[in-house]
Design a binder for this molecule. Sequence first.
Ligand SMILES: [Zn+2]
Length: 167
Amino acid sequence: MVLPILTYPNPILRNPTEPVKFPLSKEIQKLTKDMIDTVRKADGIGLAAPQVGKSVKVIIIDLEKNGIPLFPLYNAKITSKGFKKLEIEEGCLSIPGIFGMVKRPKKVTVGAQNMQGKVIRFSDEGWISRVAQHEIDHINGRLIIDLIKKYTKGEEIVKGWKKQGVV
Ligand SMILES: [Zn+2]
């Protein structure tokens, strides 16, 4: 089932998230399926649970177009970051019309659990690294507008929010 994607400044996007417990509840299994349907429908490359209104630590990484099978991660966190940084243009399904350059570590190590609850750890310095960092930011209430210093699109919209005191 495709879920509506919340857009900024919906306060749920800033809420703290609860860790996921294992074995996965029916509710989290259903949420995972729905998030997969939603990210595919939206033509996104990743989605985090707060974007569909659920304050839990579930993210989906969907790089199927890059030949990487879609996968969900639970309780994901960055466990280490490389020294080298890359500045790449990013957008967000929850902040439509806004794009800008975001500087992030090129390489990160991610610690998480898979659907079976198995603890996994992997390092990446390509698209998975970038998307994982963006989605892990979401489950920590952090958005690209907190990181963009140079906008490529929609700067006037963000300026309007800032004038209204929207965070
Ligand atoms: Zn996003």
